[in-house]
Ligand binder design. Structure first.
Ligand code: FAD
Ligand code: UDP
Length: 377
């Protein structure tokens, strides 16, 4: 390749692709975007497997946001299949709705007890509210305390031990608070204004985003292998921040997963797209992709998720591990990053933040406006 580029963007996930698209379309500058994987779309990558089923390679990805500007931005590159995510969790041999709500209560307790608990929740928190497990655990009322302990033990404790190797309270509270208790019968996993799945899949949406004359995509390439040979002016880096600095202050911890896919010659495998297994088995959840895509094929593929510790070079760093000492270590890297004027850091692993897709998209759009489009020539 003998071209020169204005920008080298490292990583073809949301962070890299959104910024590359903006640079190409709004600044009319030339971008080389590289990924060490053999595909675009980062962890949102989906593809048709050998059985013709559209699957998400890195676990279930459901798009949801309250940010209209993010929804409008992505809608330039895809139409959407309207979809509300519903999740069941296997508790005491029954599949009950998660987030835990009044319907879950009716399944787990006698009618009389469920009604009493509903009323107490309504009196204390009001109707249609979201209550975190940590708030509920603070209850002094013995019935609400009983409920809190039940949900903590059956929904959160063992799931967390599997997913993170830690108890819920050993992590930043924002993690378990992602799945609050609802004081209603709303059994949607997300309640955002905009929700859906890209009609032709995520990868197709990314293809449309990157399909621009100013963007050159290079896959199967670690940026380190080309950084000294291909000329460019500025870099956008979306990979793990500690690796950029050769882990100079020590490794930032990440959590990984192993996905196991199975295909069955039957229409459907389970009632909803996602069933969680907080207490039984080594996996945390089973995802059935046809529920997400609405695809009409006479077989179905599911993925089992087995949490794992992350090992450099062995598996992928999927989750930052949000807790105080890790944030402090991250800050050391962020201080170094701040000094590098020709490199911009943005991404779930570059920012070491547990971003959803809409959050990283919003962040990439903001970084583009504030730091990339604004900078002096
Ligand atoms: P990534 O998608 O990780 O992209 C970074 C890219 O950089 C990767 O492709 C990587 O290969 C590449 N890279 C790293 N280092 C280098 C290097 N040295 N050289 C070249 N390339 C490099 N969000 C939701 O909103 N809804 C969901 O339902 C949802 N489900 C999820 C389920 C799972 C199991 C996981 C792990 C995440 C889920 N997310 C979900 C979060 C979503 O995946 C992230 O918010 C999003 O993918 C982050 O985008 P990113 O660009 O920051 O990172
Ligand atoms: N969680 C749990 N039990 C569940 C579902 C979630 O304990 O049945 C907790 C757990 O700490 C998990 C967090 O809530 O890591 C966030 O769950 P979410 O479904 O948002 O996880 P993700 O899809 O990001 O893996």
């Amino acid at each position: 390749m003998n071209k020169t580029f204005d920008y080298l963007v490292v990583g073809c996930g949301y962070a890299g692709s959104v910024i590359a698209e903006r640079i190409a379309s709004q600044l009319d500058k030339r971008v080389l975007i590289v990924d060490k994987r053999n595909h675009i779309a980062g962890n949102a990558y989906d593809y048709y497997n050998e059985n013709g089923v559209l699957v998400h390679k890195y676990g279930p990805h459901i798009f949801h946001t309250n940010a209209k500007h993010v929804w409008d931005y992505l809608s330039q590159f895809t139409d959407w299949r309207p979809y509300f995510h519903r999740v069941l969790a296997m508790i005491d041999g029954q599949k009950v709705p998660i987030p835990f709500n009044f319907n879950s209560m009716e399944m787990c307790f006698s009618k009389k007890l469920a009604e009493k608990l509903d009323q107490k929740l309504l009196d204390k928190f009001g109707f249609n509210k979201k209550v975190t497990i940590f708030e509920l655990l603070k209850s002094e009322d013995p019935d609400l305390k009983f409920l809190a302990d039940y949900i903590y033990k059956n929904v959160f404790l063992n799931y967390n031990l599997k997913q993170w190797g830690l108890k819920p309270e050993e992590l930043d509270k924002s993690v378990a608070s992602r799945v609050p208790i609802y004081t209603s019968r709303d059994d949607r996993y997300f309640t955002d204004v905009y929700q859906g799945i890209p009609l032709q899949g995520y990868t197709n949406m990314f293809q449309n985003m990157l399909n621009h004359k100013n963007i050159h995509v290079l896959l199967n390439t670690d940026y380190r292998d080309i950084v000294d040979t291909i000329p460019f002016d500025k870099m956008i880096y979306t990979g793990p921040i500690d690796l950029f600095f050769d882990s100079a202050f020590g490794n930032l911890p990440y959590r990984s997963l192993r996905f196991e896919q199975h295909t069955f010659e039957q229409d459907y495998f389970q009632e909803v797209a996602q069933v969680n297994y907080p207490n039984n088995y080594e996996y945390t959840r089973i995802t059935e992709f046809k529920h997400l895509s609405g695809q009409d094929v006479p077989r179905t593929t599911v993925a089992y998720e087995y949490p794992q510790s992350y090992e450099y070079g062995i598996n992928d760093p999927y989750y930052p591990v949000p807790k105080k000492e890790n944030t402090e270590l991250f800050q050391k890297y962020a201080n170094e990053a701040e000094k590098l004027k020709s490199v911009t850091f943005v991404g779930r692993l570059a920012d070491y933040k547990y971003y959803n897709m809409d959050q990283i998209c919003a962040r990439a759009l903001m970084v583009f406006e504030k730091e990339v489009a604004n900078e002096k020539e």
